[in-house]
Design a protein around this ligand. Structure first.
Ligand code: TRP
Length: 323
C-alpha cells in the first residue's frame, strides 16, 4: 500500500497517466488545464495578461486597487489571508496593503506552480507587515491546511481572483464552492472574481489574440509533454482554436490536429492516434451573468455581501460571506 501510494504521488507518473487518459480514450480528447502552467506556460500567461485584447486581468486589478479599503472593511479582524492560485501576486498587493493598515497579516498563497509561488513572494516581499508562507498544494488540500492554522477568533479571507471559477465544468463550479465553504467557518469571507458575458467578438479576441501568444500558451502543453514525457508532438501539426459554446456560455480552447497522425509518448509507454481535424480540449472559460453569481453564492452556503463591476471590461469582484 505504502509503495503504490508513493508511485502514484510521483508527479511525472501522475502527469503521464492523466495524459494517457485524456488522449487515448474514445470520444473528445481532453487534457487537464492545470498542466498549462509549467515555467514556460506561466511566463506566456503573464504575457497574455498584458495583451490589449485580454482585458480581464486589468479589470480585476482596477477593481481591487480602487476598492481594496472598502473590501477589507467588510472582513472581521484579525484575519488570515489565503489565496487560491496566486499567480504572480501582483493583484494581491492592494488587499494586503489595505489589511496592513489595521494589523500585521499572514498571507498563504496556494499554488501548484512553484514558479508562481517564487514570483509571488518576490512581488509582495516589500509589503512590510505581511508574513508570506507559500503552500505548494492543490487548492482544497492547501486551504484545509491553512484553515487548521487559525488561532483564537481569527477569521479567514480567501481570495479566488481572476476567472479560475469559470474554468470548472458546468456544475463543478458549485461543487468546488461548496467544498470551499465546508472548510470555512461562518463569518469567513471569499473574494471571488468572475468574468462576465460580453459581446462575442470581444470574448473571442481575448482567447485568440492576433500576436499568437494565446496560441503559443495552449500549444506549449504539447511541448511540455515532449519535454517531460519524451513525446514526439510536432507542434507545427497542431493549431490553437477558441470558440464560444452558446449552450454552456463558455469559451472553449482546443488544439486541432491538422492531419491524421500518431504521437508517441515514450515515457508514458503509449501512442495516441489523431484523426485530421480532431481536437484536444484544454480549457473552458465560462462567462457569468451577475445574477448567476449571486445565485451560485447562495446555493453554496454564502451570502453575497457586495459586488463590484468594472466599467471598461465586464468583470465582477464578489465578496461572499459564509453563513
Ligand atoms: N483562466 C484563464 C481564463 O479563462 C486562463 C486562460 C487565458 C487560458 N487564455 C487562455 C487558458 C487560453 C487556456 C487557453 O481566462
Amino acid at each position: 500500500m505504502a509503495a503504490s501510494a508513493k508511485v502514484w504521488s510521483d508527479p511525472v507518473t501522475q502527469f503521464a497517466s492523466d495524459v494517457r487518459a485524456g488522449l487515448c480514450g474514445k470520444g473528445q480528447k481532453e487534457l487537464p488545464s492545470k498542466y498549462l502552467y509549467d515555467p514556460l506556460g506561466f511566463a506566456l500567461f503573464e504575457v497574455i495578461t498584458q495583451l490589449p485584447e485580454y482585458g480581464l486581468t486589468r479589470a480585476d486589478e482596477r477593481l481591487l486597487r480602487s476598492h481594496a479599503q472598502e473590501i477589507v472593511r467588510h472582513v472581521p479582524s484579525p484575519a488570515l489571508v489565503s489565496e487560491l492560485g496566486s499567480g504572480s501576486g501582483r493583484k494581491t498587493r492592494w488587499i494586503l496593503s489595505a489589511m496592513c493598515e489595521r494589523e500585521p497579516v499572514s498571507y498563504y498563497p496556494i499554488e501548484i506552480s512553484r514558479a508562481a509561488l517564487a514570483s509571488c513572494a518576490a512581488e509582495l516581499g516589500d509589503v512590510g507587515c505581511a508574513g508570506i508562507v507559500g503552500v505548494e498544494r492543490e487548492y482544497l488540500d492547501g486551504l484545509g491546511e491553512v484553515a487548521a492554522l487559525r488561532t483564537g477568533g481569527a477569521s479567514l479571507l480567501v481570495l479566488f481572483l481572476g476567472s479560475t471559477i469559470g474554468n470548472f465544468d458546468s456544475g463543478a463550479d458549485a461543487r468546488f464552492l461548496r467544498e470551499v465553504r465546508s472548510i470555512l467557518a461562518p463569518g469567513d469571507s471569499l473574494l471571488l472574481g468572475a468574468d462576465l458575458l460580453k459581446p462575442l467578438e470581444r470574448m473571442l479576441d481575448a482567447y485568440d489574440d492576433p500576436l499568437g501568444v494565446t496560441a503559443a500558451f495552449n500549444l506549449n502543453l504539447l511541448g511540455r509533454i515532449n519535454r517531460e514525457l519524451d513525446g514526439d508532438f510536432d507542434l507545427r501539426q497542431f493549431e490553437h482554436v477558441a470558440r464560444f459554446n452558446e449552450a454552456t456560455s463558455s469559451i472553449e480552447m482546443h488544439l486541432r490536429s491538422k492531419r491524421r497522425q500518431v504521437v508517441n509518448v515514450r515515457r508514458g509507454g503509449f501512442a495516441a492516434p489523431f484523426a485530421a481535424d480532431e481536437t484536444v480540449w484544454t480549457e473552458s472559460s465560462h462567462k457569468y451573468t451577475r445574477r448567476e453569481i449571486a445565485k451560485l453564492a447562495v446555493t453554496c452556503g454564502f451570502r453575497m455581501e457586495a459586488q463590484w463591476v468594472d466599467d471598461e471590461w465586464p468583470f465582477a469582484e464578489n465578496l461572499l460571506v459564509a453563513v
